[in-house]
Every structure is written in C-alpha cells, then in structure tokens.
Design a protein around this ligand. Structure first.
Ligand code: ADP
Ligand code: MG
Length: 523
C-alpha cells in the first residue's frame, strides 16, 4: 500500500512529513534540509530549478525566479493582493484569460497552480527518495483564510503534480492536530501562525482526540516579507542619505538588499545587533560604493512594531468570534518562521498573559499535522476527529447590490444550506445568481466566486416562482452550488468556476507538457 504524505505548501518554505510506525516525522531533502524554499526559476539556458537551487541563483536571476506565488494563487489579476505582490516580486505578473494572475518568466507564461505544482512535485520527490517507493496520496495545507478559488487552485496544483489530494486542511488546524496527537484531556488552544506571507490565528477546542475549530481569522497581506521590506526601506533611505544614490532602481542591488535584510532579521532573533555589509552595491562617476551598516535589534523592533500590534487586533477579533476570553485559552502555540522573533513572542505572551507552548517546531508542525490527518483518512481511524470551519461567509448578491449571507463564517464544515429565491419582475424567465464569499455588507466588497443564470422559469407574477438554491461547502472548504425550480422540479447543475481554476483538459495539457519537459531535461 502506498503511503500518504502531508505537505505544508508554504508561501516561503514547504515541508513534507509522514507517519512512520505511528510516529510523525518530517522528511529531509537530499541536502539534509527539513524545509524547501517555495521557489521556482528558469535559468538563462532554459533549465528549470526548484527549491534551494532556485533560491541560490535568485540574486543574479531575479526576473526569472518566482517566490511567493502563493500570494497570487486563485486571485483575480486586478485584486489588491496582486497589486501588493507586484511591489514584492521582480518577476512579471500578467493577466490570464480567466482574469486570473499568471506569472511570466523565461519567456513563458505559467498559471499559479502550475508554479505550485513544481513545488509539490519536488516535495513528492523528496518523499519518494526517502521512502524508496512511489507516493500518490497527499494531504495539503492552506492558510485558514483561503477562499474557495484559492483552495480549488491548490487542489489543481496537486493534480498537476501527480498527487491525489485526499484533503485540503487549514494550516492552523493541522498545527493543532500535531499538538493534540496522543494527548488527552480538554483544552482551548490558540494557534498563532506568522509565516513569510500570511498571518493566521485560530482558536480551537480539543477534548480527547476531537478537535473543534471555534473560530479562525487572518491577514493575507501580512508576513515576514513585510518585515524584510521595512528593513530594505530603512537601508535604502540611509544609503540615499549618505551616498545620494537610489538603490531601488537596480534590480540586482534590490535583490541583494532583500537577502541581506532577511538574513539580518533572522540573526537578530538570536543576537542584539548585526552588521550588514554589501560591497559594490552601487557605483557612479566617482567609483564603486559599499553599504555597511549596523542594525541593532531595537531598530528592527521599532521598524515593525505596528505590524506586530496589527496581528494582535486580528487575535482579538478571532477570540470574539469564538466567544472566548483571552483568559480561557490554555495553550498558545506559535507557528511559522517569523514567530521566532523575540518581539513577536513577547507581544503574544503579554497579550495572552502566558508563555507560548515550547514543545513544537514552528517550521514543521503544519506538515506533521497534515501527515497525521492523511493517515487518519486512509486508516479510517476515528480516534481523531477534525471539525473544521469555513473561514469566510458565503452568500449571494441581492437586489440593490446587497450581500445576503447564507452560511456565516466559522460554521463547521461540511455544511449544506438552501434558500428559496424568487423573481423581481413579472414573467421573468431567468434569474442570475452571483455567489460571493467575504464579510462585507455590500456585494462588491466580497470575492465573486462565480455567477450563473437559471433559465426556463415558467411565466408568473413577480415573487411567485420558487427557486431553491443550495450551497455546499465540503470538508476541503470548497464550494459548490445547485439550483432547482420547485415548480418544474428541474435541477440545474451548476459549477462555480473560481478565478484561476483549471479545467480537466487544461490540467491534462499541463501535465503532458511537464512530462515532455522532463524528457528534454535528461538529454
Ligand atoms: P511560510 O509559511 O509563509 O512558508 P515560514 O513559516 O517558512 O513561511 O516562515 C518564513 C518566514 O519566517 C520568513 O519571512 C523568514 O524570514 C522568517 N524567519 C525564519 N526564521 C526566522 C528567525 N529565526 N527569526 C525571524 N524570522 C525568521
Ligand atoms: Mg506556513
């Protein structure tokens, strides 16, 4: 029987784990690293690189090196998140035919699921190399705050990578599973996950193997990269002041600054001060210029203080949604590389009035939870029961541009709810249903998941026809919608075509193209 792997497909780093003899273990790659950078690159001579190999050449090939593709997956091209990513990413982001964001590097256009698939395939390869056997089945994690389109696209990525995705689960929920593994008793826990590109907070209740998510909240605009950017701006300003040269105009200099900023930030988690040295960072008529600067921990803390405080606001919102007081939380678990920063740990400890749990590795706990969930799914082990929730409210746009919520956020999934709709004009023969996800009261403030027209309604006065629309959210958090005209009993089968998701044909084409490419590589 083939084994199930758990994959934490991170914005910055990815990690793969498995259950071995009943014990969860992270699988190191051939370089001995337990995490792999979620990066993909095409070199000048057309070679495709993934992970550490891609990261290592990013400085000299920044335009053709993709990082943070997870910020773009399932997003509309014109969304604020894509705009935000543009500031962070030196590679080209272009609009796809489905109004989705795509990535253009090395003269080739890639969908975001395709880029994620390169990383998933690499994680699968790492696992296969370690196990010495093919791996097919996987549980993949996503931020709790991912909407329907982002989840569907992640599933598509799994398919392209040749994986059967048994389940998409939320990262904080996975972390809770890892924490709760073989633990009995009743506890309320908070999972605070600050990664490279996203922030998530979840409040969960555990009792004897049953994990129930009470509430979840997050911010997809916020992560370690934003900390790095603050340092980069600080360095750029100081250099402009001292040397009169604007480093932001030089892509290579900027990439070097980013790398140095991230390294300094990580070092400052252990040390009180670091020195940043970037020789030959620029030059002008007077010759080459070097950047050399001391950055004390206080400076970093001052630069990012508002970001850290911002996460605590989201924490409070989540506690409120969970109807739980800060004092009711028994354990706080820190997840994500950025949570290693002392300021973050201190702020969280102060906020909850207790020190965070020390027993889990913030880089590995999500993949481990995914592996545990995967094993539970194939072995039909009912000792561990996962009751997850939908992070965003689901509903439709109604007359006048309002948003009618039919499934409130934090409802346990899977869930199905139906509602009767009707016409607004006499003899109206069709209705248009626009399916939205989000928390705004006005329709346009929410994500449009898709829209459909139900036709063939028999002539009647306005308000008389009954159209029964049912909304389903499955255990993966993926939405489907069905509609039925109660007069005729006719069902209309409707699929929500979320932004950036791919048809089966498109997926097949990509797989075939990648396979072709693999053959080419071996020449
Ligand atoms: P993601 O879940 O988004 O893939 P990770 O959990 O791997 O992200 O976290 C990556 C982020 O954590 C990066 O911004 C990285 O710079 C930061 N990070 C990693 N180690 C440390 C550290 N020791 N101190 C501060 N930040 C760190
Ligand atoms: Mg993560």
């Amino acid at each position: 029987m083939s084994r199930v792997i758990g994959i934490d497909l991170g914005t910055t780093n990815s990690c793969v784990a498995i259950l071995e003899n009943g014990q969860p273990a992270v699988i190191p790659n051939s370089g001995g690293y337990k995490t792999t950078p979620s990066m993909f690159a095409i070199t000048q001579d057309g070679k495709r690189l993934v992970g550490h190999l891609a990261k290592r050449q990013a400085v000299t090939n920044s335009k053709a090196t993709v990082h943070g593709a997870k910020r773009l997956i399932g997003r509309r091209f014109d969304s604020p998140e894509v705009e935000h990513s543009r500031e962070l990413c030196p590679y080209d982001i272009v609009e796809g035919p489905n109004e989705d964001a795509r990535i253009e590097i090395g003269g080739k256009n890639f969908t975001c699921p395709e880029i994620s698939a390169f990383i998933l395939r690499e994680m699968r390869r790492v696992a296969e190399e370690y196990l010495g056997e093919p791996v097919q089945e996987a549980v993949i994690t996503v931020p709790a705050y991912f909407n329907d389109a982002q989840r569907q696209c992640t599933k598509d990525a799994g398919k392209i990578a040749g994986l059967e995705v048994l389940r998409i689960i939320n990262e904080p929920t996975a972390a809770a599973m890892a924490y709760g593994f073989n633990r009995t008793g009743e506890e309320k826990i908070a999972i605070y996950d600050l990664g490279g590109g996203t922030f998530d907070i979840s409040i969960l209740e555990m009792s004897d193997g049953v994990i129930e998510v009470l509430a979840t909240a997050g911010n997809t605009f916020l992560g370690g990269e934003d900390f790095d950017r603050r340092i980069v701006s600080h360095l750029v300003d100081a250099f402009r002041e001292a040397e009169g040269i604007d480093l932001t105009q030089d892509a290579m200099a900027l990439q070097r600054l980013k790398d140095a900023a991230e390294k300094a930030k990580c070092d400052l988690s252990q040390r009180e001060t670091v020195e940043i040295n970037l020789p030959f960072i620029a030059s002008d008529d007077e010759g080459p210029r070097h950047l050399s600067m001391e950055v004390p921990r206080e400076t970093l803390e001052r630069l990012v203080d508002d970001i850290v405080r911002g996460t605590l606001k989201t924490v409070d919102q989540c506690l409120q949604d969970a109807n739980v007081g800060v004092g009711d939380i028994d354990q706080v678990i820190l997840v994500g590389g950025q949570s290693r920063m002392p300021l973050v740990q201190q702020a969280v400890a102060d906020h909850f009035g207790k020190r965070p749990h020390k027993g889990v590795n913030p880089d590995e706990v999500v993949a481990i939870g995914a592996a545990i969930q995967g094993e539970a799914l194939v072995s039909e082990d009912d000792n561990m029961l996962l009751l997850d929730v939908t992070p965003l409210s689901l509903g439709i746009a109604t007359f006048g541009g309002h948003f009618a919520k039919l499934i409130e956020r934090n409802t346990t999934v899977p869930v199905c709810k139906s509602h009767i709709f009707t016409t607004t004009r006499d003899n109206q023969s069709a209705v248009k249903i626009r399916v939205l996800q989000g928390e705004g009261d006005i329709a346009q403030d929410n994500d449009l998941l898709g829209e459909f027209v139900l036709g063939g309604i028999r002539p009647a006065r306005k308000g008389e026809p009954e159209i029964d629309v049912s909304f389903d959210i499955d255990a993966n958090g993926i939405v489907s919608v069905a509609a039925r005209d109660t007069a005729t009993g006719k069902e209309q089968s409707i699929t929500v075509n979320a932004t950036g998701t791919l048809s089966d044909d498109e997926i097949q084409n990509i797989i075939e193209e990648q396979e072709l490419y693999e053959v080419a590589l071996k020449e």
